[in-house]
Design a protein around this ligand. Structure first.
Ligand code: PLP
Length: 462
């Protein structure tokens, strides 16, 4: 065999070998893609979780990392330190002489913490709360909501949800097999000075939602994102309907210490006949400005709390011991000075009010129409008068508020949250003209946000 022939036969052998391998590869590929499409089918997200697939938090935290806005007024957390005694408590606990403070604790809540929560809330709801059976400590208010909804909502139960709503309510109701029924707060006016008290529910519409399938209504007061503090009269209407139709009230009160005078937060559980049908949710993250500690609680009558305990004990079982201990010590510290103006539960609103006013002024000066919140640390502002100054035509999102917040962050350097994330599909249009800003931020950052907005406006005039 000459060299040429040898080369040719090697090539043929190689090709035929390749052919065999390619055939194998093709077959293997077909098998894999068949298997993977079978796997895709088998392992797709269960339909009952579909409501939570898209999360505004995941998307906007990612955007913040991508755009690096000069000021992030998106997610609700302070960019400054919590009270010193709170931070000191946690820093001391890890190295304390008691090794058990770093080990598992009682599943339904560290005894010292549930004791202090009893002392705090019993006088506020006019009930002697049993710390061992009527309080559950959870991973943030989030888990308290989860345990309450999963623990009480059954297949085909209806749950009334007030819009705009904290977005996980929808997911949790559907995950439990229930059906959310939405009703939107609507502003009584859209021009001039608007406060969160102007956002109201239509009494007839609310009444019409209650029926024999209604298991629960979720109330959020003080309200995120509007800042509404439900009045005694409004709570009375909800309570009358709950009693008439034998419905539970899940009251999300994580902003309970942030009502701005003269507004006063009223706990619906304190209304006559409501303790026995109300589960109230609170958050240490919000109460002590330590959102990263992710510790919250639910309290209510033992008969209702039993169901939450079942979900909790099979889900997380017990929460972080040193964090619970630090919250218990912080709570005791505040309880000892609860009648003093220095008590953080009073000081917090005083500290936040000037921040609110600073951002309200900046927004008004820059073409937004903000709803002045009576509580909480968010401002919802109408941006529709800026529509002629911003070209949203290249923004691919479906809803105008998503387009606006993204383009505004890119052009102006201030990031905020699109409120349609807090509406059901059928009511998203109600949130499209608004944007949500968070103001629990350093004064210098709020002031920088104001400067950036006015520079943006000046540029747009040219
Ligand atoms: C209305 C509402 N409920 C519950 C939560 C969750 O609180 P936590 O951080 O304690 O889980 C938040 C957080 O922003 C909230 O705004």
């Amino acid at each position: 065999m000459n060299l040429n022939k040898l080369g040719q036969s090697l090539c043929t052998a190689a090709r035929s070998q390749c052919g065999v391998e390619l055939k194998h590869l093709n077959q293997a590929f077909k098998n894999t893609s068949r298997a993977s499409s079978k796997m895709d089918d088998k392992f797709k997200l269960p339909a009952r979780y579909g409501a939570g697939e898209k999360s505004v938090w995941v998307e906007y935290i990612q955007l913040a990392a991508e755009y690096k806005p000069k000021v992030n007024l998106g997610q609700g957390f302070p960019d400054y330190h919590a009270p010193h005694h709170v931070l000191k408590a946690l820093s001391e606990i890890a190295l304390s002489e008691n090794p058990l403070l770093n080990q598992y604790t009682r599943g339904f809540g560290l005894p010292r913490l549930v004791q202090s929560l009893t002392k705090l809330y019993s006088p506020l709801v006019g009930q002697k709360i049993d710390p061992m059976n009527e309080i559950l400590v959870t991973y943030g208010a989030y888990e308290a909501l989860y345990a309450a909804i999963l623990g009480h909502v059954d297949e085909c139960d209806e749950v009334i949800v007030i819009e705009p709503f904290f977005d996980c309510y929808d997911f949790m109701i559907k995950a439990a097999g229930g059906e959310p029924r939405f009703i939107a707060l609507a502003p009584k006016k859209t021009e001039g000075t608007i406060t969160s008290a102007d956002w109201v529910l239509d009494e007839r519409e609310l009444t019409s939602l209650f029926n024999e399938r209604t298991k629960m209504i979720i109330l959020n007061t003080p309200h995120n994102p509007i800042g509404k503090v439900f009045t005694k009269q409004e709570l009375q209407l909800i309570s009358d309907l709950c009693k008439k139709h034998n419905v539970l009230c899940l009251s999300d009160e994580v902003y309970e210490w942030m009502a701005y005078e003269p507004a006063q937060h009223i706990r619906i559980a304190s209304l006559p006949g409501m303790w026995e049908r109300t589960i109230t949710v609170g958050s240490a993250g919000k109460a002590f400005s330590v959102t990263g500690w992710k510790t919250g609680w639910a309290y209510g009558p033992a008969a209702l709390m039993k169901n939450l305990q079942v979900v909790h004990q099979n889900c997380v079982y017990t929460c972080c011991t040193p964090v619970q201990e630090a919250i218990a010590r912080s709570m005791e510290y505040e309880l000892a000075r609860r009648d003093s103006p220095e008590c953080y539960f009073k000081a917090l609103a005083r500290e936040l009010m000037p921040k609110r006013d600073m951002l309200v002024d900046a927004l008004k000066e820059n073409g937004f129409n903000p709803t002045i919140p009576e509580s909480g640390y968010f401002i919802v502002a109408d941006w529709s008068k800026l529509a002629t100054k911003i070209d949203l035509s290249q923004e691919p999102d479906k809803y105008k508020d998503y387009k606006f917040t993204k383009k505004f962050a890119k052009e102006c350097g201030v990031l905020a949250i699109p409120p349609t994330a807090f509406y059901s599909a059928e009511h998203k249009h109600l949130g499209e003209d608004y944007v949500r800003f968070c103001f629990i931020k350093k004064d210098e950052n709020l002031s920088l946000a104001g400067q950036l907005m006015s520079q943006w406006n000046i540029k747009k005039r040219k």
